[in-house]
Design a protein around this ligand. Structure first.
Ligand code: PLP
Length: 230
């Protein structure tokens, strides 16, 4: 417990000091604690330390944890690959989905969002390093997809997300993140002024992401250590 509290504190302090270094507005970077493959009890501990937003990659795992932790006001973010046969339960449980790269998935999430819940916050995943094997919409296709998704009634399009290829050099990390930021700025210029989210940066590239305007950083290992389950 002490250990987890310390790590949350260290990551939180890191986010603050990097934000200051790059003159980011106060409180403009949110920490998403990526709890995939850690037990629900660990999430409960982190919540008791004040962390409220958690990210999960596997639909079934998120659903089970949400059930076990239904007494807590957790903000659930789905950040894994999403197949169409899993959209219904995700639409019922998630507050955010970061990984939409097809209109079909966005439509299903909108159709299946329960009426008593607010619109689902959604980010489009961009294949920013343009790797053939990775998921994500290609940069030149983002605007067309965003236009369609923004029209869906039970979806609130919030911005863009990327998982760049692993890169250890800080300046090279920045070069990739600046591309995502540029795409977002382009969408805003074209009239999508509601966009307020750049979901980018993980344990190893968080400072570069914040330098380039990340508003949500997705941190797993630096908080929870090596993943346990499976
Ligand atoms: C696992 C994961 C993270 C967290 O990665 P760490 O390196 O453990 O911080 C962030 N984003 C996505 C999409 C992930 O799958």
């Amino acid at each position: 417990m002490k250990d987890l509290r310390d790590k949350l504190q260290i990551v939180g302090d890191d986010i603050l000091s990097v934000s200051e270094r790059y003159q980011r507005e106060q409180n403009s970077v949110q920490l998403l604690a990526v709890s995939k493959r850690h037990e629900a009890s660990v999430i409960r501990e982190a919540f008791a330390c004040g962390q409220t937003a958690f990210g999960e990659n596997y639909a079934q795992e998120m659903l089970e944890k949400a059930k076990q932790l239904s007494d807590l006001a957790i903000e659930w973010h789905f950040i894994g690959p999403l197949q169409s046969n899993k959209t219904r339960p995700i639409a019922a449980v998630a507050d955010w989905v970061h990984t939409v790269d097809r209109l079909k998935i966005a439509k299903r999430l909108s159709d299946q969002r329960p009426d008593d819940l607010p619109p689902l916050s959604l980010c489009l995943q961009v294949n920013i390093s343009a790797e053939a094997s990775k998921s994500g919409v290609l940069p030149h296709e983002v605007f067309a997809l965003a236009k369609e998704v923004a029209l869906l009634p039970n979806i609130k399009l919030r911005g863009l997300m990327a998982i760049p290829k692993t890169e250890t050099d800080f300046n090279k990390q920045r070069e990739i993140f600046v591309k995502l930021r540029g795409l977002q700025e382009d969408l805003i210029k074209k009239g999508m002024t509601q966009l307020d989210t750049l979901s980018m940066g993980m344990s190893t590239d968080m400072p570069a992401a914040i330098a380039e305007g990340a508003t949500i950083v997705r941190i797993g290992t630096a908080i929870f250590g090596q993943r346990e389950i499976k």
